[in-house]
Each structure stands twice: as C-alpha cells, then as structure tokens.
Write a protein that binds this ligand. Structure first.
Ligand code: FES
Length: 103
C-alpha cells in the first residue's frame, strides 16, 4: 500500500534542483526536471553520501563523493564505482503540494 506524504509546495522545488526531504521517516532526495518530480533514496548505494547534495545534469545525479551517476527517473546506476541502484519513490503534485509515496 502506498502512503503519500506531503513534503511542501511545488514552488519550493524549482526546475533542475535537488532537495532533501523526509517522507514517512525515510530520507529522500527530490529532483525536478521540467514539470516532472522524482524521488530517490537520499543515500548513495556506494557510500555515505547524500544524492540531494549531488550535481544534476541531463537526467542524472552525480554523487558528490566519487562521482557515480544515477538515473534520476529510475535510480539505475550508470557507471563505476557504482554496483547497485538506489530505490526510486513516486512523486506527484496535488493542488500545488508535492507528495512522495513510501510503502
Ligand atoms: Fe557515491 Fe561513492 S559514495 S559514488
């Protein structure tokens, strides 16, 4: 069962950015690409780094620690040194509010 958690107003998530939020007790990095919002677990699968501190480019986020790349839409890892994806969480906008689903 998906539980949707409010994490703020959509205007606080401008295009191209990344933000740390907590939804249902889970730390999640929220990204915005155009009009779409995405959520990834806010912990790199390779080490103790927050993806919300990463560099966003062309649909990917670059880990700030060793520059591993993840696909923002899926959490799929794209290059070394990563060997595992990170979990992706559904994000939606309802009445101008951003909601993240945690099951
Ligand atoms: Fe993210 Fe190493 S901690 S690439």
């Amino acid at each position: 069962v998906l539980a949707w958690h409010d994490v703020g107003v959509v205007d606080d998530f401008p295009d191209g950015g990344s933000w740390p939020v907590v939804a249902g007790g889970v730390e999640i990095a929220v990204f915005r690409i155009g009009d779409e919002l995405f959520g990834l677990r806010d912990l790199c699968s390779h080490g103790a780094a927050r993806l919300s501190d990463g560099y966003v480019e062309e649909g990917c986020v670059e880990c700030p620690l060793h520059q591993g790349l993840f696909d923002i839409r899926t959490g799929q890892h794209k290059c070394a040194p990563l060997t595992a994806p990170v979990r992706a969480y559904p994000v939606r906008v309802v009445d101008g509010r951003v909601q993240v689903a945690v099951s």
